[in-house]
Design a protein around this ligand. Sequence first.
Ligand SMILES: Cc1cc2nc3c(=O)[nH]c(=O)nc-3n(C[C@H](O)[C@H](O)[C@H](O)COP(=O)(O)OP(=O)(O)OC[C@H]3O[C@@H](n4cnc5c(N)ncnc54)[C@H](O)[C@@H]3O)c2cc1C
Length: 491
Amino acid sequence: MTNTAKADVVIIGGGIIGAAIARELSKYSVDVVLLEKGPDVAMGTSKANSGILHAGFDAKPGTLKAVTNVRGNQLYRKLHKDLGLDIKYTGSLVVAKTAEDMETLKDLLVRGNENNVPGLEILDKETVLKMEPNLAQDVAGALWAPTGGVICPFGATIAFTENAVRNGVRLQTECLVEKIAVEDGKVIGVETSQGFIAAKYVINAAGVHADDISRTAGDNSFSIRPRRGEYVLFDKAVAKLVNTVIFPTPSKVSKGILVSPTAHGNLFVGPNAQDIDDKEDVATTPDGLQEIISGARRVVPNLPLNASITQFSGLRAAADGGDFIIKQSDSVIGLIHAAGIQSPGLTAAPAIAEIVGNILREQGMTLNEKADFNPVNPPKSKFHALTNEERAQLIAQNPLYGRVICRCESVTEGEIVDAIKAPCGAKTVDGVKRRTRAGMGRCQGGFCGPRVTAILARELDMPVTAVRKDTNQSYLFFDKIPASCEVKSNG
Ligand SMILES: Cc1cc2nc3c(=O)[nH]c(=O)nc-3n(C[C@H](O)[C@H](O)[C@H](O)COP(=O)(O)OP(=O)(O)OC[C@H]3O[C@@H](n4cnc5c(N)ncnc54)[C@H](O)[C@@H]3O)c2cc1C
């Protein structure tokens, strides 16, 4: 059995919610272990969503969604700097086209004011078209939310986890929680694919699987249906098509298809909303892609489809009641749910983490602040963002920064090695991609994929045939790597 056989708190799920909770608890003198069934954090919904830092005018006042959205948006202001997050405060516009849409904007404004969203304003047609000249010319006006923005969702999950690990949280990947063990109505630990871990408190942040996990403890109080949302991502060359996050006027069931810049300077359109049965089905479909493209073109007619570089989809964890479930289980002492975390869960994550901390206190846990808690992640070298002088200095310190591995995104070997060696470091090709952007560009890893594989094999001291793209059996090579893709020793 490993040294994680005992902990004060076990967190199940390395998505943005589990990661934010781990980071929150790392402020205190408690022994926390974060368990993730995949080989990396941010492999579920937290890697495939709109990445919008929502302002908070959408959720019904008084709901957990509303309260945590607005608080989370505020908390990210400091986290942005401390954790080195990729965030752009672009603001957002909800665009109206008809008189009926304009009435809906007024309702959203009232709702947003009730939720204490700062700076909301309804703009007239001329102002909107001045801000966004590529919008459909028949817009009637828009709701402007200056605190809206865009954030890199997987980068944030990795950054929360890295900071938690730096502050003493133990991360165990490839650790599937099979059962929450309960005795006399109280949690006693978890049975996992890596053995039993004793703990008095278990936090269920298992995303679309949170209901399955809950049932293993005998708590059947909620169920979760996956609701898939598909996207098309566009090349950076067309990112200037819009400057802010553009929502259509929402319908009763959906926020509608957005057109938005990403935190890294691409553009995306999506998502749609499809109720499905399979909690692992993240395929994209021809009908779904057609639906989002048509939806996007109603707002931005000149969408250049030939500039699309990839498609993807993510699964909303739709719980019965619609609101987030953040509470101590009604039937099992020590089991705390952070479940049903649909949109705006990414924005709300730091506020959800605060609530979970408070629930632990209410349940009798003593949370003493650590004197040596360090809220800051060390800055990462980002070669593409440096001046030539800064690049030369970096290369003089370490020649690996002089070898560009990903040409589309200008990512160097030095940055890839840093990403592998960091706490919560990359172990897969997609793990490197999520940390450095190697493979995120126009060629989608066609050029750098084999080279990244070779660097992973060298740094992790494993054969290239053991390096995976992402999950279980996703090996990339059956034999040796082609000579043209070999990388030098970094000695
Ligand atoms: C289409 C779409 C668009 C969205 N857009 C936005 C947006 O713009 N802004 C916003 O704020 N929010 C948005 N969201 C919501 C946001 O993405 C989610 O709220 C958030 O990612 C949920 O994080 P999570 O940690 O709960 O789940 P996940 O990220 O799914 O994490 C759960 C983790 O638990 C692990 N796990 C599951 N079972 C087990 C087990 N038995 N043992 C060990 N590990 C396990 C999984 O592998 C996974 O890594 C969107 C969601 C979707 C789907």
